[in-house]
Design a protein around this ligand. Structure first.
Ligand code: ZN
Length: 174
């Protein structure tokens, strides 16, 4: 079963007033919406993840505070929410670290769906996308990273992430 995995498309990353916004990342949104429509038209499952922190989270030793649960910046962007409204095969997980697998219900969702082929989009390519893909590939799932539907705050790290996922992890970059 094929599924679409949309990583952390939250206001804090995508909107100009977001805590960890990078200029230009919003260009991936139309590409993500295209993928959502494609998967919906085939009745395939779509999983969204939300980076979710508590105030004074240890991760804020590395990054400025962002995606604190129940704040505006934590919310999935409305463009995505509207496209997924009332879609029966939409699943959602809150995660507190880079990989969607860590300390979340992500694996339960995967078991429920029975997915074995993942199409990955979202932010950011060299962190949450990379570490989630690493965990997917460690379980030998088929993974397709949609390059136009992901981005980073750093172009070099973005390129590195694409190479790492392709050459080291064995994901397809499409
Ligand atoms: Zn975070």
């Amino acid at each position: 079963m094929k599924c679409l995995l949309i990583v952390d498309l939250q206001k804090d990353f995508v909107y100009p007033d977001g805590a960890l916004y990078t200029e230009g990342v919003e260009k991936i949104v139309p590409e993500v919406l295209k993928l959502i429509r494609e998967f919906k038209s085939q009745n395939l499952p779509i999983i969204t993840t939300a980076d979710t922190h508590v105030e004074n989270d240890k991760e804020f030793n590395i990054w400025p505070p962002h995606c604190i649960k129940n704040t505006e910046g934590w919310k999935i962007i409305p463009e995505v929410e509207n496209e997924l409204k009332n879609y029966k095969l939409r699943y959602h997980t809150e995660k507190s670290r880079y990989s969607a697998f860590y300390n979340s219900n992500f694996e339960e969702i995967l078991k429920e769906i029975g997915a074995d082929e993942f199409h990955v989009a979202g932010l950011v390519s060299n962190i949450c996308v990379l570490f989630t893909v690493e965990d997917l590939k460690s379980r030998w799932y088929d993974v397709y990273v949609h390059e136009k539907a992901t981005d980073s705050y750093d172009k070099e790290l973005h390129k590195f992430a694409m190479r790492e996922m392709k050459e080291v992890l064995g994901a397809e970059v499409v």
